[in-house]
Design a protein around this ligand. Structure first.
Ligand SMILES: NC(=O)c1ccc[n+]([C@@H]2O[C@H](COP(=O)([O-])OP(=O)(O)OC[C@H]3O[C@@H](n4cnc5c(N)ncnc54)[C@H](OP(=O)(O)O)[C@@H]3O)[C@@H](O)[C@H]2O)c1
Length: 355
């Protein structure tokens, strides 16, 4: 049982991020002092949205310059905090050097933050933003999981530096976090494991999250001839923020939490956009057949290898979200709302050309 004092500052690493933005908003609205660790606090375009929220909220925000690969750089930001949210980690699928671009910042960054927690006596709880990617590699893994469904007991065992390296980075980082948590008694660890996060960004122009590449491809005509039935889970970014908040402040929170509202695929996601946006934007109207993807996929995107297509297209993705509902009281918004609100944010920022 870990009781967190709400009058103490709370650290959020990677506060400029898509997921972190909504968490910072929630903390500020609750009147909490947020220590926002960012790579460059002077980049106004990266933090202006957080300043604007802070100005209207009960809480306040203070920035600290920190980098995942710069040892000790979270010490100042962590001083006096009982609760640490570690969200920073690169989320990108197209990388030149997976070790340098994904694995190092994810794993060494987690070590860096948790070593600092060990040296900061005020810290009582660390909430790490892991991912469902640390639970499974390919959708077909759901079939092989006990009972045919992903639970918190399952780990991704098949990603590697060469295959789904982002998932590999999240798996190694979460494993390292549990190892380090078990090696000490000062703080407890809770992980939030979201599936694919969707919904409006708070800083649309600067967003780097991979979540938006898929949405952009649905709206800019890239998927005009069809969307793949690429099986994934989906969760709203606002629900992910609520999940982080509850994981931090619920004394009995423990272990991993699958944070996923819906079992779906890219085609179903795109179809939710048709009624509101289908007349104006070149959205996909049908599913692209698996055989065609096998032919063209590997040419379009290196990540779309035949192995990946075989193991993820026309396969069902299934995860059990009952633990977070029961223990942390989290509810999930309808998928249509997340998709429409996310797409609308891109439309409002002129990211797409109309048909
Ligand atoms: N979006 C999803 O679908 C999804 C699903 C499951 C889990 N997650 C996890 O959620 C977290 C946030 O992802 P997101 O979708 O919000 O992506 P994002 O918007 O790209 O956020 C990534 C954050 O990590 C920071 N970062 C990256 N490299 C860093 C470094 N070397 N040093 C310090 N900070 C660094 C970024 O800082 P800059 O702004 O300076 O680049 C940014 O704040 C990640 O841990 C990701 O794995 C995301």
């Amino acid at each position: 049982m870990t009781q967190i004092d709400k009058t103490k500052p709370v650290l959020v690493t990677g506060a400029t991020g898509y997921v972190a933005g909504w968490l910072v908003k929630k903390l500020l609205e609750e009147g909490i002092t947020v220590h926002a660790a960012v790579r460059d606090p002077n980049k106004k375009e990266k933090v202006a949205h957080l300043d604007a929220i802070a100005a209207k909220s009960k809480g306040s925000i203070k920035y600290f310059k920190s980098d995942l690969l710069d040892k000790g750089s979270y010490a100042e930001a962590m001083k006096g905090c009982e609760l640490v949210y570690h969200t920073a980690s690169p989320f990108t699928l197209e990388v030149k050097d997976p070790q340098k671009d994904l694995i190092d910042p994810a794993v060494k960054g987690t070590e860096n933050v948790l070593e600092t927690a060990n040296q900061t006596p005020s810290v009582k709880r660390v909430v790490v933003t892991s991912s469902c990617a640390a639970i499974y590699c390919d959708a077909i893994d759901c079939q092989n999981a006990p009972g045919g469904i992903l639970t918190e007991d399952v780990w991704n065992t098949t990603s590697s530096l060469d295959y789904q390296p982002y998932s590999y980075s999240k798996t190694l980082a979460e494993k390292r976090a549990w190892e380090m948590a078990k090696a000490q008694k000062q703080w407890d660890l809770v992980t939030i494991n979201p599936s694919f996060v969707m919904g409006p960004p708070l800083n649309t122009k600067e967003t780097t999250s991979e979540s938006f590449n898929i949405l952009k491809q649905m709206g800019d005509g890239t998927m005009k001839s069809g969307a793949p039935k690429m099986a994934i889970g989906l969760v709203d970014v606002r629900d992910v923020a609520n999940a982080h908040f509850a994981a931090g402040f619920t004394p009995s929170a423990h272990g991993r939490y699958i944070t996923s509202g819906h079992n779906t695929n890219f085609y179903e996601m795109a179809m939710t956009l048709q009624p509101k946006f289908g007349n104006e934007f070149p959205l996909p109207k049908k599913a692209i057949p698996k055989w065609l993807l096998m032919l063209i996929g590997p040419m379009v995107n290196k990540a779309f290898s035949r192995k990946m297509i075989k193991r993820n297209i026309d396969v069902e993705w299934r995860a059990d979200n009952s633990k977070i509902k029961k223990e942390l009281g989290i509810t999930f918004r309808p998928m249509k709302e997340s998709m429409e609100d996310g797409f609308q944010a891109l439309v409002d920022n002129n990211i797409f050309k109309k048909k």
